[in-house]
Design a protein around this ligand. Structure first.
Ligand code: GLU
Length: 427
């Protein structure tokens, strides 16, 4: 007997459909470069969208059917790449948007990958390890024909981690009757993961922030930073920005925001969260809401939580000089112009948070080579690739007299459409 899974109340703000938000920027970029109509139509929709049912037996004996998604947006540049997230309010539109962002992200970073994204509609905080394992294995088994080192390569995303990647690798390998490490990235190092992968997205955010500060003639040591979200991306971004000398004056997580004008000790906050799961109770500063946090006076704002946090409702109240998008889609399309008019430089998600997929690429390469690089090597390569990507986007934006975001879309769309034209349409 299967039982209908009951969804908890949504956490997301429902201001905008993320796929529409993606399309609004895509349309604007296509208009500027006058993209061929056929290519436009081709790139507008994902090449494959799969919905699977994931029935598992819970620890209490009941059987529940969860819903899983995998969307392949484009494969013109190579096998598709993108994470899998577990969230109770995820839907196909969100996964579609995230998959398209992966296409643009991989193109900007100059990776031989297309874009994809996956997800399971579930609330991981209410599931035991054994239930999470069952969900992961059944999800993988249902997508065996989609996944593969030369086809589609998942990775961690919100609420998924190294352990979940290990289960994906193991399930896939069991079915293939051989050890296939390159089918997934973000694995534990001992079973084929890469050094530096866990910190890679946050490190990339730091690299993009430094590159942007340089353009603005600002020294990191003279800056203040506010970080929304204290998961893998937010916490590492905050830690590395603090190492660069920036004063982290506010951080937040699901329990709320914490503001301290004289600076928060991020290493202590990370230790606290490792023990207590949330920032609450750590005495990091004055308690504020996540909304108030976004509107604080600061030099650098790093939204590293979720989509649609900066919208037409609050964009005019933002006082940061620079926004570096650690999350995917934290700014809704209707906020773009408001931020531009205020002279705020926005380093878009598809550039700013590409450190994760860049080191995923290194992991995939190392898996194919069977030879592993040391951490310094990984970080140097990441630094070089992120800076190169930043410079190309910056130059595109200058040349087309547009924002960094639209510059990033233009740079990506031009690359993917060149590949499409060379490959031709197989009809
Ligand atoms: N989930 C990460 C992202 O949104 C990483 C994807 C990957 O490594 O494939 O970029």
């Amino acid at each position: 007997m299967t039982e209908q899974y009951k969804e908890p109340a949504p956490y997301k703000k429902d201001s905008e459909n993320p796929f529409e938000s993606m399309l609004a920027r895509f349309d604007k970029a296509c208009e500027i470069i006058n993209l061929d109509e056929g290519i436009y139509n081709y790139l507008k929709s994902p090449v494959k969208q799969v919905i699977v049912s994931i029935p598992i037996q819970l620890d209490n004996g009941k059987v529940v059917a969860f819903e899983g998604y995998r969307v392949i947006h484009n494969t013109a540049l190579g096998p598709s790449k993108g994470g899998v997230r577990f969230a109770h309010d995820i839907d196909l539109d969100e996964v579609k948007a995230l998959s398209a962002w992966m296409t643009w992200k991989c193109a900007i970073a100059n990776l031989p990958f297309g874009g994809a994204k996956g997800g399971v509609k579930c609330d991981p905080s209410k599931l035991s390890m054994s239930e999470l394992e069952k969900i992961t294995r059944r999800y993988t088994a249902n997508l065996l024909e989609i996944f593969g080192p030369d086809n589609d390569i998942p990775a961690p995303d919100m609420n998924t981690n190294e352990q979940i990647m290990a289960w994906i690798m193991d399930t896939y390998s069991m079915h293939q009757r051989k050890f296939v490490t390159g089918v997934v990235t973000g694995k534990p190092i001992i079973i084929g993961g890469s050094r530096g992968r866990r910190e890679a997205t946050g490190r990339g955010v730091m690299i993009a922030t430094l590159a942007a500060l340089k353009k603005k003639g600002l020294n990191p040591e003279e800056t203040t930073t506010v970080v929304q979200g204290f998961g893998n991306v937010g916490s590492v971004s905050a830690q590395l920005m603090a190492e660069q000398g920036s004063k982290i004056i506010a951080i937040s997580d699901v329990s709320g925001g914490y503001y301290n004008e004289s600076g928060i000790n991020i290493n202590k906050a990370i230790e606290f969260v490792q023990k207590n799961k949330v920032l609450e109770g750590g005495n990091f500063g004055e308690k504020i809401s996540n909304e108030e946090l976004l509107e604080l006076k600061c030099d650098i704002l790093i939204p590293a939580a979720r989509e649609d946090q900066i919208t037409s409702q609050n964009a005019s109240k933002i006082k940061a000089r620079l926004i570096v998008e650690g999350a995917n889609g934290p700014t809704a399309a209707d906020a773009d112009q408001i931020l531009t008019d205020k002279g705020i430089m926005v380093i878009p998600d598809i550039l700013a948070n590409s450190g994760g997929v860049i080191v995923s690429y290194f992991e995939w390469v190392q898996n194919r080579l069977g030879y592993f690089w040391d951490e310094a090597d990984i970080n140097n390569r990441l630094n070089r690739m992120m800076n190169e990507a930043f410079e190309f986007v910056y130059l595109t934006a200058l040349e087309k007299e547009t924002s960094m975001r639209i510059g990033a879309y233009i740079y990506a769309i031009e690359k993917v459409s060149t590949a499409l034209k060379l490959r031709g349409i197989y009809s």
